[in-house]
Design a protein around this ligand. Structure first.
Ligand code: GCB
Length: 630
């Protein structure tokens, strides 16, 4: 028999695992005569055609910091695998020589150590430009009390992760910016346990994002790793926010997971003397409905309450704020008052370290500058940032724009892509829906109407988003408006399906002005609030190499003029409800190759990579200071 075990042929490159097992066990004589390189080609070939029926990771439980956790951050052992051959070698088995004539061509012992969480690229020179596989290993001891359950939770791994425990595949996860977990209650061993992770940040044509994007592709286990111990039944998820349009009524739910789904549930807010009681049903779900006199959260007064969510077998505590965000006519309204969103775009990068941002202190660096600029909103572009960012922004009085990595040329018509979008949407909303600071779900950035199936896929996504959470505003960012004779023609059909029209325009940088900024005219496809979600241009801090009115010298004055013109032009934009300059800091992007001015950095920052303020910073700050939301 050729087939010693069934091959699951589905649709993913992880088929490599099964195919390699298959060849290993069935064509051993043939294998001996083939060079490893031929094998890699063979596996990659099969990999393109099909995939392993990988066990998909579970949706992560929320509010990890309030749980009984054992943190697995720190040094992990690593094997660098730029060619991807580690899958064929089945590194997760950690084979050891048995006979005198045996040898094994890999080992975690004696190899490099990598810090977790962090990107791998900035930890070793040979990983600087790596877009491929790194294998990580961590051992831990754990004694699980009888009747308890244990989960292995990852904040995020970019981009595909296969996770093994004690030599067995727990499952896989695709998507670089959202959490996932595996229950390991039964797979856990007494004594030492070994986690091995294959973290692969190769770009995928059918990935989210796809193959082309203007930021650094930081790979690895980029966010916290935790073991979470729970009772047999625990609070898996909850949604505790104000009912849409109300400033007093909470409408939400609690969801239990476990063998005792039906339990007494309590939600207490001691400061408000709220003590709400209910019972969960046979599916573990309970509706939460109560009223109180909340001090509403706002950028000026970012009030958060300690909310205790309890069932008979679990308690979690969360800092939750209450506010109402809505659209009334063509205005964005917070707690009943129109508000102008003074935003700034931020990438998840600490420019000072020139590395992926992952910690609360990184978040503090970025958000402190946003506050100093006078912002009340941060657009966390172009993917869900780490939870520290979202939580700290909320605490600091910054509204948050959360975004999916549905960026530019996504293959909307490729089978599987819509499912990936849907999964990432669920993962993002699940993690952040109790953060009142989050006011906008942004579903995409700069997609193109000519891409097959785009409208169908994104309209469906926006429906799913509203089903998951109808309390926040939705947007999809577009940059394909016409601009001729100093007139903007904003027509994209997707605008019909969002609460807020967001558009990116780079007049003065990629597109020259066609008239005076103060004379710009606008035509809109529909009457809704408008956010100019990106504008700007590049400047190298301190650049004074050439004429100040020529773009090719990256001068601060040239960028400053763009900001002067843009802030003048904003006065002409009907329904303008907010703006977001691109971008707070210079950030790493390998497509930015000018050796004198860019050197691998997108220089559109208002701040240099070392935090120096460029001239444009002061124009933007003055503009924000001139707008009162009182
Ligand atoms: C855009 C993109 C953003 C880019 C920016 C730029 O329109 O949305 O991701 O980085 O332009 O710098 O060109």
């Amino acid at each position: 028999m050729l087939l010693s075990k069934p091959i699951a042929i589905v649709t993913h490159s992880r088929s490599i695992i099964t195919i390699s097992n298959f060849i290993h066990s069935n064509f051993y004589p043939l294998k001996r005569f083939l060079q490893p390189s031929s094998f890699i080609k063979l596996f990659l070939f099969f990999g393109c055609l099909c995939h392993v029926n990988a066990i998909v990771a579970q949706s992560a439980m929320i509010n990890v910091s309030s749980r009984h956790t054992t943190n697995l951050n720190g040094q992990w052992k690593a094997i660098l695998d730029p060619t991807g051959i580690g899958t064929w070698r089945q590194i997760w088995k950690e084979a050891k020589p048995v006979k005198k004539t045996d040898f094994v061509e890999y080992s975690f012992e004696g190899g490099p150590l990598l810090h977790v969480p962090a990107d791998f690229n900035t930890q070793l020179p040979e990983l600087t430009y790596m877009e491929g596989t790194v294998w990580y290993k961590k051992t831990f001891n754990y004694t699980l009390p009888k009747g308890k359950r244990l989960f292995l939770h990852f904040g995020a791994i970019n981009y595909v992760a296969d996770v093994y425990l004690n030599g067995n595949l727990l499952g896989s996860h695709e998507g670089g910016f959202t959490p996932f977990q595996f229950e390991i209650t039964t797979a856990l061993r007494e004594g030492e346990n070994t986690i091995i992770v294959r973290a692969n940040n190769q770009r995928l044509k059918d990935g989210l994002p796809g193959t082309g994007y203007d930021w650094f592709n930081y790979g690895g286990i980029t966010r916290d790793v935790n073991l979470i111990e729970t009772d047999h039944s625990f609070i898996e998820d909850y949604f505790i926010q104000l009912k849409k349009h109300s400033s007093t009524e909470v409408l939400g739910w609690v969801k239990l997971n476990g063998t005792k789904p039906s339990q007494q549930i309590q939600v207490n807010i001691p400061e408000l003397k709220v003590n709400y009681k209910t019972t969960s049903n046979a599916e573990g779900k309970a509706e939460i409905k109560f009223s109180s006199k909340f001090k509403l959260w706002s950028p000026e007064k970012p009030v958060l309450y300690k909310v205790h969510i309890q069932c008979e077998t679990d308690t979690v505590v969360d800092d939750i704020g209450f506010r109402n965000i809505e659209v009334k006519g063509n205005k964005i309204v917070l707690n009943g008052k129109p508000i102008f969103l003074k935003g700034v775009n931020i990438h998840e990068e600490n420019p000072i370290r020139a590395a992926k941002a992952f910690s609360e202190s990184d978040a503090l660096v970025l958000l402190t500058w946003a506050k100093e600029l006078g912002c009340n909103l941060v657009r966390l572009a172009h993917y869900p940032h780490n939870e520290y960012m979202v939580k700290l922004a909320e605490k600091m009085g910054l509204m948050v724009w959360d975004e999916l990595p549905v960026y530019q040329h996504i293959e909307f018509a490729t089978p599987g892509v819509a499912d990936k979008m849907n999964l990432m949407l669920r993962e993002m909303i699940r993690r952040d829906r109790n953060r009142c600071g989050v006011v906008i779900w942004s579903l995409s950035n700069e997609t193109y109407s000519f891409t097959p199936n785009r409208d169908k896929a994104l309209v469906e996504l926006s429906k799913q988003c509203k089903q998951l959470d109808s309390t926040r505003l939705t947007t999809m960012v577009i940059n394909n408006q016409g601009y001729t004779n100093n007139t903007f023609n904003v027509t994209d059909t997707l605008y019909r399906y969002v609460d807020v029209l967001s558009l990116n325009e780079y007049i003065g940088w990629y597109v020259p002005w066609q008239g005076k900024p103060q004379d710009a005219k606008w035509k809109f496809v529909c009457d809704k609030p408008v956010i100019i979600s990106e504008f700007g241009g590049e400047a190298l801090y301190g650049s004074n190499y050439g004429p100040k009115d020529e773009a090719a010298y990256w001068s601060e004055e040239y960028q400053e003029q763009i900001y002067k013109d843009q802030t003048t032009m904003f006065r002409t934009t009907p329904n303008l409800s907010g703006v977001c300059p691109w971008i707070l800091f210079d950030y790493r992007s390998l497509g930015r190759m000018h050796p004198l001015y860019q050197n691998g950095w997108n220089r559109k920052g208002l701040l240099s990579d070392r935090g120096e303020k460029k001239k444009a910073w002061y124009i933007m700050k003055k503009y924000y200071d001139s707008i009162s939301n009182e």
